[in-house]
Design a protein around this ligand. Sequence first.
Ligand code: ZN
Length: 205
Amino acid sequence: MDRPGKIVCVGRNYLEHAKELGNDVPSEPLLFLKPPSSVIDAGVAIELPPDAGRVDFEGEVGVVIGKRLRKASAAEGAAAVRGIVAANDVSARDWQKNDGQWARAKGSDTFLPLGDESRAPFDLAALTVVTRLNGVEKQRASSAEMAFSIPSLLAYISKYITLEPGDLVLTGTPAGVCPLSPGDVVEVEIVGHSRVSSPVVSGQS
Ligand code: ZN
């Protein structure tokens, strides 16, 4: 897809994933940003920074905004979604844990593989995300299992951050995240909509 204007992400939005990393689902959505420079297209390699330690995939439903949202209701948020995109929120866990801010943990170059944007009809409450590592299924969940629904996330984000056409929202990852190693191939699919496959290589120092 075209490079998004900005990328707003939600952490710990599926109970089972929050638990697998030793966290609770927060009482309000946990927001963070990824920079547009982290985006890569399907087929382009994820580069593991040599000093990063553990780097995980996170398969996620990405929603592309089609209409400006500011202090929107959930219904207005739902109506403003233009398309659906498969996204891999690549995450360096040691940096995420130790840095305090998640800028390099979540925002390093190549840390956001994106599929093509689907504009086929969609049901925001019934989107299935599947992640495969070397062809083996590791994650599968429906957006119905989210702690905060997509429309409510868009309302929450737009209370604080105006969403513009072309912006991208990543809606959190379900349970099943695993570390990536050089030579792996990781694929995220939003069933019936979008898919992104990425080889994994060692980055240069
Ligand atoms: Zn994520």
